[in-house]
Unconditional design. Structure first.
Lengths: 732, 519
């Protein structure tokens, strides 16, 4: 047995049961998945039996081993040995009306930050990193804080995020990084990752964006939208030396960072900071320049690539009788108006106190439809403008996706929140809304829709109704994003590295409010993977424009991923070289084959050799393994399959090839050459393959069928294909 | 290296997760020595041949193996109820008791878990559990629970317990006699339904690994077989593999249903030959290895206490089955049944008592040898405190001795099946003929015996003799490697240890002669 000499010594806080770890030696296969991941070095190998040996005295009860063991051969009992979490400071304004000061302050001393950083186990396979939509290296920056080195912490953060100051304030960490913290997965209280990240940015300014490579030199990219997704894309591109122009329809950049999130959550200095940094780095910002569908076409002609990061700006409206009365507005309008009023110290007429016939005044009552985070922002602004907000949401309180701290703060400030309640209709007087009739609802489970109870009508006198139920995509631009709104739902076998990390083994940790943390994270990964590939030829999409309403951090991460896609593919607008011609190496080709006996693979190899002879860089892969990464830095995709079927019936591409073609991501105009190998007659095999490619948005540039006695040499065919793709207008 | 340098050295990539992952290096010390005796040269890997590889990659392979047996065993069930009540003429009883049981033994001695790869009971449960006949489906049916630790910690012991129970039921109701064909149907239904229940409650092949009555028997006696199972081609690739698709399941294959990792498999005991690991490995790093006969008995460095006790208990059972044919047992059990008011053979007290006594005697012999020859001060090494892996002076001798006698125990079970096979295997032909009204108990083939007594006894003694020789060889090899280094008076120790398989063989052969005399 090998116990590591430098293993840390654990302490058992009072009131906790020391954990013990037990290996089921019958089932333990000695694969060491737990050994390589144990943060406490409590596991080693017993060489005699080649099973895992345990040192319970080192175990801290994080149960990473339990979650990671493929055969459930290890069990931990006892408490997670973690100190109590440092609480962040919340300010409750004495006088809410007119107050714009930040209510959540984070850690205010190094002592707090260091104590919290000490709770981090620095897991070898940190699940928090997978839980973070941007995949920040959380153990890395936490360790830097523990070392007192905020510069290093910033350097680590800057690899994955351009807005740590913003994200640490607005992220719902409980269902992201903190929900995925190993302590959380073990049933304990997670490390306050958001508060530590914020501590870094509070105590050391986010550094300027320095150019760190030349990969994007010569590229000119148009970004539509200056919100989080646009910020992520622009920052990544400009750091790589690309020329970036951002088009924003509003007068100020930032998207919802500017108008959507109130100052008491995200102070103006913080929400403005990303654009200050970006413009200093050389990003050209053009405000008041909205881009419509035709504008995208124009941008595509003028720029090498376009990133659609225009968000989902159309508010969802509830269609109930009375919804068109005066005094019914959407959250966007209210947030714009409310933000300006708060800043200028005025109160809009719609929120002004009402004077009754007897001369008494009362505050205006604002009915906020919805009780999500936007609704909370609306209600809290209304409260600060002197009104009495009432939020109604048809979901049950325990299933509502609102941040608990935000809800608590709102209620503390005097916002009335009615869950299990929905609007039946609105009644007006003189064309203006005056009353709302509400129905109670019941909801059986988180996944079921609430049911309104007929006859449960309750009348509420209202002066203003704000619909804050969320947003949907602008219909105009979705034509350029065929995948939108992309479902953030993983299908098939999850990446085994994700299973191995143990994140998926704890479907609903308590700290994540019972939300399936691994499923959510995997779903976000679907969007990240999609963002790297273009939606159309030289058009990428990110953020809400791609997935519909999501979060700031997801949008930023997707924007970055789209930028990586552009840097990898190096697209060229028409007339600025054909890509192959002005690149020091020739065409970048991927040859993907589905082979049974080896013949197709061999022919694929000969085609590859032919392309290499034409100066191309070629990689040959199995068709089933062809992934998004293979399609990225590729100018030509060659796909080959054997032909299955009887001589006349059911002749077509091999079943595995059909499956692989159906599962290909969008090809967005990528040139594709097809070939098949057959015994007697290929019949319509190549046509079937071509149809599948066209359905994915690919452009078929050539095809060839190779029989037992090839009537044309693969090398000759390869030469023709290379010539076809190298023609000036070919490369996307 | 500082934290920052560590980061700076990693190229900026679109996927930043790997940058944050710092898995500890896997333990490698001693790995070569541990697996060297059981690792096989690449020449023994039949999956290197493209045709074999293609067959193994085919998802329909196991389905094709299971389907014929599935048909046969559903026929057994239906014919037990609907077919002739004459056991010898009923296809269900004829195929089950005259041929199948004997074939299973041949397969386990020659191959290993060949039967498990085609077993219709596990196969049926698995189809339902996976909701697929051969496809790699993503969603499973059932609760997917893990086998509770109190059962799992005893490894194959539960399985051999189930085997004892089933054997007792079979003897009590005279199912394998064969008796009423309906009894065979009920037995098969019982196995199928309990398998299905376990497949719906527990994940993977938990039933096969822990509960199936034949699993312990095939796992131990099958280690004589010449198929080593699916093993890693390059252990280093497995050690550094970050996905472990062979255990967790990949796009093309399920995770190992038998809780076996090809990267550490050192015997064929827990390889169900289902090919899933081979299909799912993303690195094409798994081979199907053949091995010399008895290799999985001799080679593994890791000895498992559950396997050793399974061998001792199985020996107890087969000795009981021989002993009960002698007059002395009949007299004893007659007396016991009168005292305990038990209706007829087999009296459970006598049954469990004799088996326990024999198994304990095997342990006792090992204990005596350990006391006599263990060299004081010898380090046994540390091991996890568990039933399967715990180490002690007694176990240091008992486990090698028990592994060593596997061939003679296996031979004895095989010899037990020979009379029915030699006398009645041909009855399968009229039993099949009886479907179409051509089978008859008066037909020549029905009455034909491949061998008759006393030739059968000679065959049994020959089988026992071969088993004993094999056991002497395995015991000799194991003694050299495992017992000699920890013993004093090695010559005397060798004689004592080698006497065990010899005694086993002589006892078994002698009893066959006595059984013949008694009948």
């Amino acid at each position: 047995m090998t116990i590591i000499d430098d293993a840390p010594v654990r302490t058992v806080p009072e009131g906790l049961t020391a954990p013990t770890v037990k290996v089921l030696t019958d089932r333990c296969a000695g694969c060491q998945e737990c050994v390589v991941r144990c943060p406490a070095q409590a596991l080693s190998m017993d060489v005699d039996t080649w099973t895992v040996a345990t040192a319970s005295e080192l175990c801290v009860g994080c149960r990473q081993c339990e979650r990671t063991c493929p055969f459930a051969a290890i069990q931990v009992s006892g408490s997670p040995l973690v100190e109590e979490r440092q609480q962040v400071h919340i300010v409750h304004p004495e006088q809410v009306e007119g107050d714009r000061s930040e209510t959540r302050l984070g850690f205010t001393s190094w002592a707090e930050a260091l104590a919290e950083a000490a709770r981090c186990l620095s897991c070898p396979d940190p699940t928090c990193v997978r839980g973070c939509p941007a995949h920040n290296d959380i153990p890395g920056f936490v360790a830097a804080v523990a070392d007192g080195d905020l510069d290093t912490a910033h350097r680590i953060l800057s690899r994955t995020t351009v807005m740590p100051d913003v994200c640490s304030r607005v992220c719902d960490q409980a269902v992201q990084c903190e929900g995925a913290c190993t302590w959380s997965l073990a049933g304990g209280t997670p490390v306050a990752i958001g508060a530590i990240e914020r501590f870094i940015t509070d105590n050391a300014p986010v550094p300027p964006l320095g150019q760190d490579s030349n990969v994007g030199a010569g590229l000119s990219v148009a970004v539509v939208g200056a919100g989080p997704a646009g910020i992520g894309a622009a920052a990544t591109l400009v750091k790589a030396g690309a020329s970036v122009t951002v088009f924003e329809r509003d007068a100020e950049p930032g998207g919802l960072l500017g108008w959507g999130i109130p100052e008491f959550t995200l102070p103006k200095a913080v929400s403005d900071r990303p654009w200050v940094t970006l413009t200093e780095a050389g990003v050209e910002l053009r405000c008041n320049e909205g881009v419509d569908a035709a504008g995208v076409e124009r941008l595509r002609q003028e720029y090498d690539a376009v990133v659609l990061a225009h968000g989902a700006g159309t508010p969802i409206r509830m269609r109930v009788p009375g919804a068109d009365l005066e005094g019914v507005e959407d959250a966007t309008a209210f947030l714009h108006e409310g933000r300006e009023a708060l800043a200028s110290g005025t109160v809009p007429d719609s929120l002004a106190p009402r004077t009754a016939a007897d001369g008494t005044t009362r505050p205006a009552t604002v009915l906020v439809l919805g009780a999500g985070n936007t609704a909370m922002d609306v209600a809290r602004i209304a409260r600060r403008l002197g009104a009495l907000p009432v939020c109604v949401d048809w979901l049950d309180r325990k299933y509502a996706p609102v941040r608990p701290d935000e809800l608590a703060e709102a209620e503390d400030e005097g916002v009335e929140v009615r869950f299990s309640s929905t609007l039946d209709h609105l009644e007006g007087e003189d064309g203006r809304v005056a009353r709302a009739v509400l129905l109670t609802t019941t909801q059986e489970s988180a996944s079921s829709l609430p049911t309104p109870q007929p006859g449960s009508g309750q009348s509420l006198d209202v002066d203003l109704v704000v619909m804050a139920m969320g947003y949907r995509l602008d219909a105009d631009l979705t034509a350029h994003v065929p995948a939108a709104p992309l479902k953030r739902q993983a299908t098939g076998v999850p990446d085994r590295r994700w299973i191995g990390s143990g994140l998926l083994a704890a479907p609903a940790p308590p700290a994540a409010r019972g939300r399936p943390i691994g499923t959510l994270a995997l779903g976000r990964e679907v969007a990240l993977s999609a963002a790297i590939l273009p939606e159309e030829e030289r058009v990428w999409a990110a953020g809400d424009a791609l997935v519909g309403p999501s979060t700031v951090v997801e949008a930023m991460a997707q924007g970055r991923r789209a930028a990586f896609g552009i840097l990898e593919r190096q697209p060229r607008r028409p007339g600025r070289g054909n890509g192959a011609g002005d690149r020091p190496v020739g065409l970048r080709v991927v040859v993907a084959t589905e082979s049974r006996s080896g013949t197709t693979e061999r022919i694929g190899g000969e085609i590859a050799a032919g392309l290499v002879a034409q100066g191309a860089t070629v990689r040959q892969v199995k068709l089933a393994d062809l992934g998004a990464a293979d399609l990225l830095a590729t100018d030509l995709l060659v796909i080959g399959s054997w032909v299955e079927g009887l001589v006349v019936a059911k002749v077509g591409p091999a079943p595995a090839a059909r499956r692989a073609l159906a599962e290909l991501p969008g090809l967005a105009g990528l040139p594709v050459a097809l070939f098949c190998t057959y015994g007697i007659n290929p019949r319509r095999t190549l046509d079937t393959m071509a149809d599948a490619i066209v359905a994915k948005g690919g452009r078929v540039v050539g095809s060839a069928a190779f029989g037992r006695k090839p009537n044309h040499a693969p090398r000759t065919v390869a030469k023709a294909w290379a010539k076809e793709v190298s023609s000036p207008v070919a490369v996307g | 290296m500082t934290l920052l340098e560590d980061h700076e050295q990693t190229r900026s990539t679109a996927d930043p997760i790997p940058v944050a992952v710092h898995l500890r290096p896997p333990h490698r010390e001693g790995i070569v020595e541990h697996f060297a005796p059981s690792d096989l040269p690449s020449g023994w890997d039949v999956a290197r041949h493209p045709r074999v590889a293609r067959i193994l990659h085919n998802r329909r392979l196991q389905f094709a193996l299971i389907l014929p047996n599935q048909i046969v065993f559903w026929a057994v069930i239906f014919l037990g109820f609907l077919g002739t009540a004459v056991p010898g003429l009923n296809f269900g009883t004829a195929i089950t008791w005259y041929v199948w049981f004997c074939l299973v033994f041949v397969m386990m001695v020659v191959v290993g878990r060949a039967w498990c790869a085609m077993c219709p009971f596990g196969g049926f449960g698995e189809w339902i559990q996976r909701r697929a006949l051969w496809q790699r489906a993503q969603k499973t049916l059932g609760l997917g629970r893990k086998v509770p630790e109190p059962i799992a910690r005893y490894g194959f012991i539960t399985s051999v317990g189930a085997f004892l129970l089933l054997t007792w039921i079979e003897e009590f109701f005279n199912i394998a006699g064969p008796g009423n064909p309906m009894a065979t149907s009920f037995m098969v239904i019982g196995i199928v339904s309990s398998a299905l229940l376990f497949f719906l409650v527990f994940e993977r092949r938990s039933f096969c690994r822990y509960i199936c009555p034949l699993s312990g028997l095939i796992g131990s006696v099958g280690s004589m077989g010449s198929v080593a199972g699916f093993r890693t081609r390059d252990r280093n690739t497995c050690l550094t593999c970050t996905t472990k698709d062979c255990m967790r399941g990949g796009t093309d294959g399920y995770g190992c249903p038998w809780y076996t990792w090809p990267g550490s498999a050192d015997s064929n005991t827990s390889c169900g030959l289902c090919t899933e690991c081979y299909k799912s490995c993303p690195s094409d790093n798994i081979g199907l290895y053949l091995q010399k006969p008895l290799n999985s008995v001799v080679a593994p460095v890791r000895r498992r206490a559950d396997v050793a006790w399974v061998v001792a208990i199985l020996w107890g059972l087969v000795i009981f089955q021989q002993f009960n044919a002698l007059t002395v047992y009949s007299n004893f059990e007659g007396w016991l049944n009168r005292v305990t008011h038990f209706p007829h053979y087999p009296n459970p007290i006598a049954y469990t008592g004799i088996i326990a006594l024999v198994a304990a005697a095997v342990g006792g012999v090992a204990w005596v040898i350990s006391r006599a020859f263990f060299r004081p001060g010898t380090e046994l090494g540390l091991a996890p405190d568990s039933f399967v892996a715990r180490k002690s002076r007694f176990r240091a001798y008992f486990l090698p001795i028990a592994y060593g006698v596997i061939p003679v125990v296996g031979a004895d079970y095989f010899a037990r099946q020979l009379p029915k096979f030699f006398k009645h295997a041909t009855r399968v032909v009229p039993a099949v003929g009886s479907f179409i009204g051509h089978g008859s108990t008066s037909s020549a083939i029905y009455k034909f015996h491949i061998l008759t007594d006393p030739r059968i006894v000679i065959a049994q003694v020959v089988v026992i003799g071969l088993g004993t020789l094999a056991a002497l060889w395995t015991t000799h090899k194991i003694t050299n490697r495992e017992l000699a280094p920890i013993s004093r008076s090695t010559a005397a120790m060798r004689i004592s240890v080698m006497a065990v398989p010899l005694l086993f063989g002589v006892a078994a052969a002698w009893m066959y002669v006595l059984m013949q005399a008694a009948s």
